[in-house]
Design a protein around this ligand. Sequence first.
Ligand code: GLU
Length: 503
Amino acid sequence: MVRAPPCHGGSCGFEPRRSRFPHKKFILKVRVRLAPSPTGNLHIGTARTALFNWLFARHEGGDFLIRIEDTDKERSKVEFTENILEGLNWLGLNWDETPVIQSQRSDSHRKAILQLLDKGLAYRCYTSEAELEEMRKKQKDQGQPPRYDNRHRDLSPAQEEAFKAEGKTAVIRFRIQDETTITWNDLVRGHMSWSAADLGGDMVIARRASANEIGDPLYNLVVVLDDAEMRISHVIRGEDHIANTAKQILLYEALGLPLPNFAHTPLILNPQGRKLSKRDGVTSINDFRAMGYTAEAMANYMTLLGWSVPEGMEERFTVQEASKVFGFDRVNKAGAKFDWDKLNWLNSQVIHELPPEKLLQLLEPLWLEAGWDLPEKKWCLELATLLGPSLTLVKDGVEQAKPFFEEPPLKPDGIKQLALTDAQKGLKNLQEQLERTPWDGVNNQTAQDLITSVAKATDVKKGLLMKSLRAALLGQMQGPDLITTWGLLARVGKDRARLRVNL
Ligand code: GLU
């Protein structure tokens, strides 16, 4: 793959920064990551985030890494991790290092919390669920947004001792100074500014803690620690993480860790303009795969969900081509509406460009799944070549191949055609001719000759005869090239090429 040289100038938005650590003077290499939670199959939103990370990494000659965020023990499952990795692989998004498993890093997460506690930047909070509920209710009644009122921020040693003696469970909270303003230069959204007062009060960084235990470290803290440990230069993720970014910046500062760059990509919306959700029917990459979309069309389409091609570039491209020109300057701020027509168009383009061998690789498992006995490979390749140009989805190739493997049902347009007097006359004569012709001898030339001679002998128009032949073979008026179809049918057996003249 040709990679563009690393860009550390202005256009990619990546500014080399001086680290606070003397042994890491400059961060010169772009390192990005996808950090999926394995609580479901690979979601289209996650796949699109992966794609933008991958495109940026490849454009910059950097690394694309994966971290499996499996700290939610109840909901995380190994099969989801497998599905996510397999889906990324299918889309052609290769990663550069062995995926990091977040749960294996919990010791260092706990160590960092201890440091924050030691420095007085975090504290144990014993407020119960019921007390929190009451607090929220009061705030609601007074028309205020819900927030923790920091009531356990400065417990006296005696109060702490009392809670400890009671054996109360705790959470660990990180102090947020309300008067702080958090700013960053987002690579997609430009200058961003958040008031710390809008972050809901001191932030919980571990739950299920106690007076002696740290408990379970939570997302915002662990993500900061892991991104720093993995030397991530750019955090690229969906705009639903903007508030998290504000919180995480405070943690980077408290922990003395160098800040990465941030890019928040637009959400994927359904055609009605609402966030794409389960209600829209398809959300996981598996769903699209099962519907017959190719990996190449999916990756192409997802790149266009929020990124626009530079002038002069076609919207049909491979991810390798896109990676040469990808940058955040062409990523939109507005949500990206899902456009089925465009996806279908791209998919049909990809299918039409596939060499027959590749198309057959996609069709063969579906044909076998349909329970059909497949003849020799050469025949199958011919069928794939015949059907290819009319396919939008790979799975359309099952419906369209049906007449080649099963007795096709007669459709109303086929019945109408076969009922014509001239159709009956022409087909009867054709049938008689065929009785004298070896079935496997029907090739393009003999078929053309037969049709011409029957049309002449019966005085039936050649066009009408051909239409009738199509109805007689396929039971309907739609289908691929007639002569090739007939030849293929004839070569798998007499019964398949049978004409329905008596109907
Ligand atoms: N595990 C988080 C998610 O799946 C990661 C978000 C991030 O990229 O920081 O939403």
